[in-house]
Design a protein around this ligand. Structure first.
Ligand code: ADP
Ligand code: MG
Length: 254
């Protein structure tokens, strides 16, 4: 992709933790309404890449551009406000509140738990929350306490909380971790729906899920980009098979 068309552009990005090179010069382009899936073994640097994009891990060298603007090492708060939303690996939701209340808290311009819940619920806010509930498939659970939801449904609430902030780019770190097969499939549908109006970067392990959602796959290994391409290209890449997909894939392909 031509980087002029990119919403998010990462160039030669390096992250070093006390001498340990976690990212050794990564390039990544993310276009409008595109889903980019990042795969790779544990410790490859996948989460670190998302951390560096959102200003959570210090960038030692290289750049992150958002709509052409250099945002390298801006604060996480500023980056979120500019329009890059991030879902972390573990759900970060308020269990004692309803799904609706959680989404209300996440809406842009909300100020703290109590102020948000006590403030008058405008028509616009209600409509917005209903749109998000529809998107994450939880319209019928709007008034259920989050604690009563399944693990998968909690993950969707958190995806909803990211969407409620109206980001342009959504970064998801292993959104299907711990989900059942049905929940995983449903998550794929949700992500595809989100990508109709956002750019999405997803870190994922489950290759069935990757096949369901992936348009372009980036493979990281030991802080470097090992390969990039379509599902077919990645599944037939010898190096990727050796370090990540494993023998099983070669047998399947045979
Ligand atoms: P992945 O998400 O691909 O499993 P990570 O990005 O979490 O990998 O980690 C990449 C490497 O960087 C690992 O070796 C990890 O131990 C190391 N690492 C990640 N975060 C830190 C940190 N805050 N301090 C030191 N080392 C870290
Ligand atoms: Mg990780």
């Amino acid at each position: 992709m031509n980087s002029d068309e990119s919403v998010l552009s990462v160039r030669d990005l390096k992250v070093v933790f006390s001498g340990f090179k976690a990212l050794k010069g990564i390039d990544l382009e993310v276009g409008d309404q595109e889903i980019v899936t990042i795969i790779g073994p544990n410790g490859a640097g996948k989460s670190t890449l998302l951390d560096a994009i959102v200003g959570k891990s210090p960038v030692a060298a290289g750049h992150v551009y958002y709509h052409g603007r250099d945002i390298t090492n801006s604060s996480p708060y500023d980056i979120a406000r500019m329009g890059i939303g991030r879902k972390f690996q573990n759900p970060n939701v308020y269990n004692e509140l309803s799904v609706f209340e959680n989404l209300l808290l996440a809406l842009k311009g909300s100020h703290g738990v109590f102020a948000s819940i006590r403030s008058k619920l405008t028509r616009a806010k209600r409509d917005k929350i209903e749109q998000v509930l529809d998107r994450i498939g939880l319209l019928d659970k709007a008034y259920a306490k989050v604690s009563s939801l399944s693990h998968g449904q909690k993950q969707w609430v958190e995806i909803g909380m990211v969407i409620a902030q109206d980001p342009t780019v959504v970064l998801l770190d292993e959104p299907t971790a711990g989900m059942t097969a049905d929940e995983t499939f449903e998550t794929g549908e949700i992500i595809q729906s989100i990508a109709r109006s956002h750019s999405v970067v997803v870190i994922e392990h489950d290759m069935e899920f990757v096949k369901q959602i992936a348009q372009r796959i980036v493979v990281l290994h030991q802080g470097e980009k090992l390969a990039e391409g379509s599902v077919q290209e990645i599944q037939s890449n010898r190096q990727v098979i050796e370090v990540y997909l494993g023998r099983e894939q070669i047998d399947k392909a045979a």
